[in-house]
Design a protein around this ligand. Structure first.
Ligand code: ADP
Ligand code: MG
Length: 361
């Protein structure tokens, strides 16, 4: 019997966290609230999550020695970032001999690392996707010429916050963008007229029980999330049902243990279409820290330690706003006593998420 599945992990158990950014930091704060400790591993020394960790390992995700130093402390292992090498999971499996849970699991990781796999899985499960083409070889251009330009070309792997994608107006620009991406495998999507964007976060535990949050309404600028409102009244019951059903199907199919975030577009004059998934806490879910009965981070802790999943109901309405690139707005927010401020402690850089604030509706 594996602890954390039939029985919850005991007080003081160490949760291993791969990655030590702000998601790991907020995860560790929730783990601590439940009497657990967090051991974080990252490749760099200056990670904001380390401030909240009980143990820290700096090392390579492909080094057996470094992963051994990490795993020896852990009663369960999870992650904040899906773009870690798949070999990391294999190494961790063999070090731990299958005695502890390593989550979200290899299928979820493999699929969520690749946009093309994500879309294929969504299609297979009957979840509507937008029109797209795979681009791996020059001959793939033959089919793409039929697309309605402008299109967006996105690298299949390693993209986030709008990085690894270009909007292009014709085939020549598409070729230039692909060359710039060093001709790595890409997906090409038609630009759609988006009415609104939303995400659903679902938690699933090792027994297969699930609990999802009502959809988050997300506003992006230049490919980066700016604000999230939650809960939202304008999303109809039907759309809410479709989104929850899609998230449930994906989480079960991918055998996720932990959290799965699913991003959707709502196409004007169309309907809900799948965009992408992330098997971890999601930026849009930060609003749950103040506004839900159970925050996404508490829920992640609960799902991987075998505690019962918490209540996902809203307790109040709020708007989350990201603070990106420069820190000057923090002082204003600190002076506004009704605003909740989360400052991650990261060194400012253009496009970097430095914190977020929550204001109540
Ligand atoms: P990332 O991994 O960077 O989040 P996404 O595929 O979610 O990549 O794209 C980031 C944002 O760019 C989306 O949230 C949306 O605002 C916009 N976008 C992406 N694809 C399309 C599309 N096909 N049509 C219109 N807008 C898009
Ligand atoms: Mg996205």
């Amino acid at each position: 019997m594996m602890q954390g599945v039939e029985t919850p992990l005991p007080r003081g158990a160490m949760i291993g966290m791969l990655g030590a950014g702000q998601l790991a930091k907020m995860f560790a704060q929730s783990a601590s609230q439940f009497g657990y400790r967090t051991c974080m591993m990252d490749t760099k020394q200056d990670c904001c999550g380390f401030d909240a960790a009980s143990k820290v390992v700096v090392g390579s995700f492909t080094s057996v020695e470094d992963l051994t130093r990490f795993a020896e402390h852990c009663s369960v292992i999870t992650l904040e970032f899906e773009n870690i090498p798949l070999s990391t999971l294999d190494i961790l499996q063999s070090i731990t001999g299958g005695k502890i849970g390593i989550y979200p699991g290899d299928k979820a990781l493999r699929v969520s690392q690749n946009r093309s796999y994500e879309k294929a899985v969504a299609k297979e499960l009957g979840i509507p996707t937008l029109k797209y083409w795979s681009l791996t070889l020059p001959k793939d251009f033959d089919a793409i010429t039929e697309a309605n330009f402008p299109v967006i070309v996105k690298t299949c792997t390693n993209g986030y916050d709008g990085k690894g994608q270009r909007r292009v107006g014709n085939v020549d620009e598409l070729w230039a963008a692909w060359v710039e991406f060093k001709k790595v495998p890409c997906v090409v999507e038609e630009m759609i007229d988006i009415d609104f964007e939303m995400s659903v976060i679902i938690a699933r535990n090792a027994k297969g029980q699930v609990a999802s949050y009502a959809p988050f309404h997300n506003i992006h600028k230049d490919g980066i999330l700016r604000t999230t409102d939650w809960p939202v009244e304008f999303i109809t019951r039907r759309v809410l049902g479709e989104a929850n059903e899609a998230a449930r199907k994906l989480a079960s199919h991918l055998n996720v243990v932990g959290l799965l975030a699913v991003e959707f577009f709502f196409e004007r004059n169309g309907g809900l279409v799948f965009n992408e998934i992330a098997p971890r806490p999601h930026n849009s879910g930060h609003v749950t820290i103040e506004c839900a009965a159970t925050s996404q981070f508490e829920q992640h802790v609960r799902a991987v330690t075998g505690l019962p999943l918490g209540n996902t109901a809203p307790r109040c309405g709020g708007r989350m706003t990201n603070i990106i690139g420069d820190e000057s707005s923090f002082q204003d927010y600190f002076a506004q006593t009704s605003t909740i401020v989360h400052r991650y402690g990261k060194v400012p850089a253009p496009g970097r998420k430095l914190g977020h604030v929550v204001e109540f509706h």
